[in-house]
Design a binder for this molecule. Structure first.
Ligand code: 8YV
Length: 328
């Protein structure tokens, strides 16, 4: 019996490629060449499965060019690179990688919060540049994290992980805003209190964004929201570019209307707005919040599990549109 054919759009762990090769005929892009939309379509054409990352767009043009495609397995929990309605219309199963990256990503939210509030990267650049000639009492004095009020926008699994770290580890008062309120047991477990977005922005000492990207969450934080925040506040975005208006944020940071920011995601990444690059009170990282070695391996394996479960055993695993396809 012939084996299904799959395409792996980006370089991933060789052991995961080998695992997939034991089930499928595999074409890989282990050179990690950046593929344009038409190149990706040519690469995936004739394949039943595609393993991709958040960088590859699965849109009507790709789906039309790849009529044999049955599943796209995203190696990411976020899936704003998927046109889910178009995938469902084309009867292509969409899967993502929830849970396996929750704690690692929550850790990184705190890494950015700590780095921005305590001016870690800014002071390191100063030291490396040979500018540290003497100590002074106010040198790189920043904002406290412990005991402060933490505002979380987006209270899914990662938001809850950040809440627990804040409440249990740093003695923070945790407030959150979300499309829907958590059930009381979960709120108690996270020691988090539901508030309106405006109250959160006005009262939080630090704001962490973990909301998924959609048309509705575009520019959740713009000039008006930044104007509500405390001048001592730190803003952290580990969600998606486009949740924050980067130009408005750069202006607020430049004018010290908020103290600092920690950003892992950007509008138009991998480009970063020059206004942000020019500022010292912002910590900038290249979309690495889930990038620990064990977690990246778990993400790749879960994407592989999704392909194997569906194409070999006919069972959807962590699927996004199984119900819409009548498979769940
Ligand atoms: C991914 C992410 O590494 O899971 C997500 O949603 O943002 C990251 O963990 C990135 O999207 C590449 O797929």
């Amino acid at each position: 019996m012939s084996r299904p054919a799959i395409a792996i759009a980006r370089a991933i762990f060789p052991q995961v490629v080998e695992r997939l090769q034991s089930h499928f005929d595999v074409v890989t892009n282990q050179q990690d060449t950046l593929l344009s939309g038409p190149e990706l379509a040519a690469f995936a054409r004739g394949k039943a499965g595609l393993l991709c990352t958040g960088s590859e767009r699965i849109d009507p043009a790709l789906l039309a060019a790849c009529p044999d495609l049955k599943i796209c397995a995203n190696m990411a929990v976020g899936y704003n690179n998927f046109d889910l309605d178009a995938m469902t219309a084309a009867r292509v199963l969409a899967t993502n990688t929830p849970d396996v990256l929750t704690e690692t990503t929550a850790d990184f939210g705190f890494a950015l919060l700590m780095a921005a509030a305590r001016r870690v990267t800014e002071s390191e650049h100063f030291l490396r540049a040979g500018q540290w000639t003497r100590w002074s009492y106010d040198m790189f004095a920043g904002q406290d994290v412990h005991g402060s009020t933490l505002g979380i926008i987006g209270m899914g699994r990662i938001g809850q992980g950040i809440a627990r770290r804040g409440a249990l580890g740093f003695g923070m008062r945790v407030i959150y805003h979300n499309r829907s309120r958590l059930d009381p047991a979960l709120e108690a477990d996270c020691q988090a209190q539901y508030v309106s977005k405006e109250e959160l922005l006005r009262t939080a000492d630090h704001v962490v964004l973990v909301v998924p990207y959609s048309a509705a969450s575009h520019h959740t934080i713009g000039a008006a929201e930044l104007a509500m925040m405390k001048p001592t506040a730190v803003l952290v975005n580990i969600a998606r570019g486009g949740i924050v208006d980067d130009v408005a944020l750069a202006q607020a940071l430049r004018e010290r209307r908020i103290a600092a920011a920690g950003l892992d995601v950007f509008e138009g990444e991998p480009q970063v707005h020059p206004d942000l690059l020019a500022l010292s009170n912002v910590v900038l990282t290249p979309h690495i919040a889930s990038a620990s070695v064990p977690t990246r391996l778990a993400m790749a394996n879960l994407a592989a599990d999704n392909l194997i479960d569906f194409l070999v055993h006919g069972r959807p695993r962590t699927a996004l549109n199984a119900q819409a396809l009548g498979l769940a």
